[in-house]
Design a binder for this molecule. Structure first.
Ligand SMILES: *Cc1c(COP(=O)(O)O)cnc(C)c1O
Length: 542
């Protein structure tokens, strides 16, 4: 007797009201001897399609959107509809992180088979994370800190970047891609290392990371320039993050370059948070956190919670917005900025204006003047109108600012924006340490400070989850000096040991590793030389 069941999959296409749906039927042969195939699950799935925020006619499947990264004319892919969470919380509350991930991601990535998706999840959320909970929830004072920094590089980018390479490689196989995939990334610090760690030595891929030479923390820099793997390449640029990002975007949308790459057996893809394969995995932990709060009795099933997110490129908070739109009981989405407070100004005035001084802060991963993922929200509040969105984005490109209509502003009710100064950020780190014995990093501190402002302003006492986006060990100097000025002139690695003594949290492996690793990436270039550097690395001019 064999237990093995044979599965047959049949695809069909159905046109409905001008939209193409791809249908999938699964037939399962129940036993060797049965002559009839049953339609197990009796599942007729409508594949979720992704549409460009700048061109309503550009529609692709999930795997194609992940493969392309960016849509044709600089647009971003968004799901045509946000699916509804179809598992009740009383089931979710007993699920592992991996099981929750499957329940959420299967609704978005409908052209991945169950087996493919489960394999991706298994390869991503394994012992690269230092806790089987993957994303623990810690209560300190009156907030719940969702620790998203237990992965390989001790920052929240690991949550998505540990699964993206697997989603991408699977997508390439599904779409018969023969070229090697070249991941091109601009980083303000954390993305770079997390992407490098995710893609290093992944067959069929190369990864090139550009970072602002003087715009990342010493530990972030050390993490990147010591990256191992023959397929990795790390370049410092004499410029800021926005310039790095603009350079990368230009290469992505250069059709000539794409042709040359193709001839050389390459194609670009993006690991930046504009890739939908980054966004979808980030929805998971909001669902997971909510279910865990119900399980531990902190909230009742159905009770509304708020979410506070330290924000830069607007990816993490957008994932929370999608979670809310899936039906998760989230009230306010509290958007926390540092002194680069473009988003706060946007939420309070309806004008997005990047024409201002760029400030280097102690939360460098949020030092951003163009929040790329905001475009997905703009598209949404414009009534899913690609043309309207494109007009605004063109204005942004030409003038550096745009202004949304009153009607669009009215659709931003779910959001509250505020910012924390450098002083407020440092002061709350000290306060929470003294009061609760809990040490948070500078990015998380921006969120904690903004949450306090929100409470004071509104009196809202709903339970609140704060996305805790980096380990304090990643920003040791700023964190320790915030606790006590006396640490300000001590060497970095000495401070690591002091932090361990204060926090009783052991030094993460990611930090131990770079103490001894040697520097392997020494390239530095001017902003206008980024393309030549890429050609050189890929040996395209040879
Ligand atoms: C990337 C990052 C952020 C900002 O997240 P976005 O999704 O870009 O808004 C905040 N904190 C840390 C530590 C980060 O690495």
């Amino acid at each position: 007797m064999t237990e093995k069941k044979k599965t047959f999959i049949m695809n069909g296409v159905l046109g409905l009201q001008g939209t193409l749906f791809i249908l999938r039927y699964e037939f399962v042969q129940e036993s060797e001897s049965s002559l009839l195939y049953k339609t197990q699950k009796q599942r007729m799935e409508l594949d979720m399609l992704y549409v460009s925020t700048r061109n309503a006619a550009e529609k692709v499947t999930a795997s194609q959107a992940i493969l392309k990264g960016l849509a044709e004319n600089g647009g971003l892919f968004v799901p045509e509809q946000i699916p509804t969470l179809d598992v009740p919380v009383d089931k979710l509350q007993d699920m592992t992180y991996q099981e929750t991930a499957y329940e959420v991601m299967k609704l978005f990535l409908t052209d991945y088979t169950e087996e493919e998706l489960k394999d991706c999840i298994k390869s991503a959320y394994d012992d690269k994370f230092d806790t089987s909970e993957i994303a623990p929830l810690i209560k300190a004072q009156d907030a719940y800190y969702l620790e998203l920094f237990h992965g390989a590089t001790i920052a929240f980018k690991d949550m998505a970047l540990s699964i993206l390479p697997h989603l991408l490689i699977t997508a390439a196989k599904k779409n018969q891609v023969k070229n090697d995939i070249v991941i091109l990334t601009a980083t303000s610090g954390d993305t770079g290392k997390a992407a490098l760690a995710g893609f290093a030595d992944v067959e069929g891929t190369k990864i090139i990371v550009f970072y602002p030479k003087d715009g990342v923390s010493p530990i972030q820099r050390q993490q990147m320039v010591t990256q191992k793997g023959d397929n990795t390449f790390v370049v410092g640029i004499n410029g800021n993050f926005d310039q790095a990002q603009t350079g990368v975007k230009q290469m992505f949308s250069d059709p000539e370059l794409a042709k040359e790459l193709d001839a050389a057996g390459y194609q670009f893809s993006s690991a930046n948070s504009i890739n939908i394969g980054r966004l979808v995995p980030q929805i998971v932990y909001y669902v997971y956190a909510y279910a865990k709060m119900v399980k531990s009795g902190e909230i009742k099933d159905g009770e509304t919670i708020n979410v506070t997110v330290p924000t830069g490129n607007f990816g993490n908070i957008l994932a929370a917005f999608y979670a809310k739109n899936m039906g998760l009981p989230i009230g306010k989405l509290i958007c926390a900025s540092n002194e680069n407070k473009v988003l706060y100004d946007f939420f309070t005035t309806g004008t997005y204006d990047k024409n201002r001084e760029f400030i280097l802060t102690s939360s460098p991963s949020m030092d951003i003047l163009i929040s790329s993922n905001l475009e997905r929200l703009i598209y949404r509040i414009a009534g899913d109108n690609a043309q309207k969105n494109q007009e605004l984005m063109r204005t942004l490109q030409e003038t550096g600012s745009y202004c949304i209509s009153e009607e669009m502003r009215a659709r931003l009710k779910d959001f509250y924006g505020n910012f924390a100064s450098e002083e407020e950020t440092a002061s709350i780190i000290g306060e929470i340490y003294r009061d609760a014995g809990y040490i948070i990093d500078t990015h998380t501190a921006v969120a904690a400070a903004v949450y306090q402002k929100y409470k004071k302003e509104t009196g809202d006492v709903a339970k609140t989850v704060i996305a805790s986006t980096a380990s304090p060990y990643k920003f040791t100097r700023s964190v320790m000096t915030a606790i006590d000025e006396k640490y300000s002139d001590r060497p970095d690695f000495e401070l690591v040991d002091e932090l361990q003594a204060l926090s009783n949290v052991i030094v993460p492996k990611a930090i131990e590793d770079i103490r001894v690793a040697s520097v392997v990436h020494k390239t530095v270039c001017e902003v206008d030389k980024m393309q030549s550097v890429v050609r050189e690395f890929l040996k395209m001019d040879a």
